[in-house]
Design a protein around this ligand. Sequence first.
Ligand code: ZN
Length: 243
Amino acid sequence: MRRSHERSWPNERFLVELSQPTQKIPTPAEWDMAVLRLLKTELPFSRGKLSLELEVEAKRRGIAFSSDAYLELWKKKQKLPRGDWAHIEKAALEISSHLGMLRPGGPPNKANKLRAEPLRTWVSCADRIQAIFFGQQAAQELTEGRLEIATGSLDIILSYKPDGVSMHLSPHDTGSALVYHASQMMTGGTVLQICEQCKSSFLSGGEARGGGKRRGDARFCSDRCRSQFHNEARRKAMRKAKL
Ligand SMILES: [Zn+2]
């Protein structure tokens, strides 16, 4: 029997595993790349980020949660145009070549026996990650109170050995691990910023960003954009001086 929520996605596309999977441990850079890629992806639907946006806007305008005005706001937000499925499909193909699938399940139909997952899983993971960083920005505008989201869950693992028992908290699958990683990045001081030169988003700051560490207040995504920006500013200043 199909579950009811599956009925609303009749032509949904799946990510399908075509070859024998191998075991690998992704590098921190690969986790970071996946987070940034999903942050930048336009999504066909949103739940987590949408409800957070709604909460922030209602707070700002002093609209009560149970009022008609809140319902109106919710309806208006639902109608906003959303991204095409093609964007998340492209992101899923790119990221899964580094991290694998997020939450692979059985085949999408009886014709094949390959493991697969609906693209909806990817949208929901990206939506959570977008909500995580949106909350960070939105909280700066709050004058009182707080925002709270339940963004993911961890399994409680008990490990029994002859010399005793230990307890571990562990993500159940790659999707949960990715949300956990994004949460750690954000609480560790990483912020999502827009490059002043090329206008693309980038992540900066945070303890976890080793190597080419960028400060939390960085204005440019790369050294190239920084020098381009300053060269253009200098040219502008020179033109002004000639007038
Ligand atoms: Zn740039």
